[in-house]
Design a protein around this ligand. Sequence first.
Ligand code: ADP
Ligand code: SF4
Ligand code: MG
Length: 335
Amino acid sequence: MTDAMVQVDSLTRLFDVSKPWLNRVIEREDRRFLRAVDDVSFDIRRGETFALVGESGSGKSTVAKMVVGLLQPTKGDIRIDGVNLADPAQSESMRAMRRRIQMIFQDPFASLNPRWRVDRIISEPIQAFGLESDDRAISKRVAELLTLVGMSGDDGRKFPHEFSGGQRQRICIARALASRPDFIVCDEPTSALDVSVQAQILNLMRDLQQEFGLTYLFISHDLSVVRHMASRIGVMYLGRIVEVAESKALFKQPSHPYTRMLFDAVPDLKMSGRPHQSVEGEIPNPISPPSGCTFHPRCPHVNERCRTEIPEAIASGDVIVACHAHQEGRIGKKL
Ligand SMILES: Nc1ncnc2c1ncn2[C@@H]1O[C@H](COP(=O)(O)OP(=O)(O)O)[C@@H](O)[C@H]1O
Ligand code: SF4
Ligand SMILES: [Mg+2]
């Protein structure tokens, strides 16, 4: 038995990106599918923050949406406390599960109804899940939630547009907490905010995690944000997880060539004084990904096997790496 709260197993999601039927017939083209998420597996332990990091388009948001049930997987399973989210026999547990799982999005404005006052926005989940019944208790709970996220009870009378981006994200966090969840999926929660505001929101999220024993799936393209938040990190490239490791170990010794490339692109992440390099090459088109290891056109360690054979994710100790060169011992420790 593991102490995993969330178990994601071989998760895969294709999107149909075919041209309209008539065009396909005239141009004699087949249907085309984009493999946004490909065979992704990871566990999240209760009370930890597991991060997914990777460049834009690597499939992070698609994983997030499947984990909270906004999008159906093409293949694979998601289990929360052992309950398979896709199993129709579990529909009773699913109702309870919906209260327990919440999501925070990148754009706090787009996810708040502009015509509702803040107190209505925050009270909606309280009513929907039947957590409080009379109006006085609901108002009291809304004020308590606003205070929890560092705002005042009076802010409930205002509309979302009356607040700054950081305060709007606080409102989203209050709404997410309203249903008393224990698992929160955070998809780039601070990417739209100024750097100084980012730190405040990240600290708030950490404090709330401690206070309520929350488990986070934390998604970001930004390694320095992930370092601040995560206990373990999964690195995604073109829909696949290429490396999973404890955060400290990953920052000390990244194993996969792509992880190393991401690290080299962040100035002074290791305070090494080395001049930093930019991430080389572009992410290939996911509709027709490279054969074998999809990272091979950008990889300094590529060989013939890499061009034909998809590397399996292999665990050694607490680290999981999907790379032929790593498994063959062709790349050593990074200096
Ligand atoms: N609804 C959709 N239809 C078609 N393609 C999509 C859809 N959603 C995402 N994609 C594609 O899937 C890939 C992964 O996207 P996404 O999960 O948003 O990545 P990330 O969050 O890491 O930037 C991208 O190539 C994106 O264009
Ligand atoms: S499998 Fe080959 S191409 Fe892919 S990351 Fe490893 S060495 Fe590079
Ligand atoms: Mg995204």
